[in-house]
Ligand binder design. Structure first.
Ligand SMILES: *[C@@H]1O[C@H](CO)[C@@H](O)[C@H](O)[C@H]1NC(C)=O
Length: 251
């Protein structure tokens, strides 16, 4: 309806314009032209309104789309864990085991890289961290968010699930919660890395501008002198069906 009316009005306006072009001396303030101008004005307002609504719908739609389907989906997951190994792994609970400490994580997969964020823990004295597992470079980087230092070690594939399995685990964690156990790993800082560009794009992006160190597993270092008061930090995280406490010490 609106379309038809508008078309007619615009066509009339066009005809009037043409007439004006042909006879420029003609007074434009005639009754007929005035009526046409009036309806054309109303029509333009209607069109403007429609355009406005349409723009709103498009922008709104784009916002909703971006919100619900972001480019890289971030998954949230939590696991309850027992410090002593008296709880069997993969014990799926429907009831919240409130008496057990819990780790919450955010996980994101990009290309062949898993990026995990561990927020400030509620009870344990461990550090918040961003952990990056680069499956192409076969490297893991821990960014300690309290100290703002980066620590790099070869990726341990027996602890870290591959991206697809990790994704499945987080999808499972959306509907259930795990009661699991805690394992410990002892890592020792060996040397400072001055050129972090050789660690690949993702670790570079994570550790740029931070002091970055190489690490080794403690049991791989032969003849390591144990210092009386080593400076250590702890990060608790999971990238498998158990929670890992990573102990990082300056040798
Ligand atoms: C991977 O981690 C497990 C558990 O901490 C450990 O037993 C194993 O030696 C590690 N493997 C490598 C290659 O570091």
């Amino acid at each position: 309806m609106v379309k038809i009316v508008c078309n007619t009005a615009l066509m009339q306006k066009g005809l009037v314009k043409e007439a004006e072009g042909l006879v420029p001396e003609k007074d434009p303030e005639t009754a007929a032209v005035y009526t046409n101008e009036n309806s054309t004005g109303r029509c333009l307002l209607t069109l403007l309104g429609l355009a406005f609504i349409l723009t709103g719908l498009i922008v709104g739609g784009a916002c909703v789309y971006r919100y619900f389907i972001p480019k890289h989906k971030v998954y949230h997951g939590g696991m309850h864990y027992a410090e002593q190994g008296n709880i069997k792994p993969l014990n799926l609970e429907t009831r919240e085991p409130y008496y057990l400490p819990m780790i919450d994580e955010e996980m994101e997969i990009r290309d062949n890289v898993a990026i995990i964020k561990v927020p400030v823990p509620r009870f344990a004295d461990t550090d918040p961290a961003a952990i990056l597992h680069d499956f192409d470079r076969k490297l893991t980087a821990y960014l300690d968010l309290k100290l703002s230092n980066c620590y790099v070690i070869p990726l341990n594939t027996s602890v870290v699930m591959p991206p697809r399995d990790l994704l499945d685990l987080f999808i499972e964690l959306m509907t259930a919660s795990y009661n699991t156990y805690l394992i410990h790993e002892d890592l020792v800082v060996t040397e400072r890395i001055d050129d972090i560009t050789e660690l690949g794009f993702y670790i570079y992006e994570l550790c740029e501008g931070k002091d970055t160190y190489k690490m080794q597993r403690r049991n791989e270092i032969i003849g390591l002198q144990k210092r009386s008061a080593p400076t250590c930090l702890k990060i608790r995280h999971f990238e498998n069906i158990f929670v890992t406490e990573t102990n990082i010490c300056k040798a």
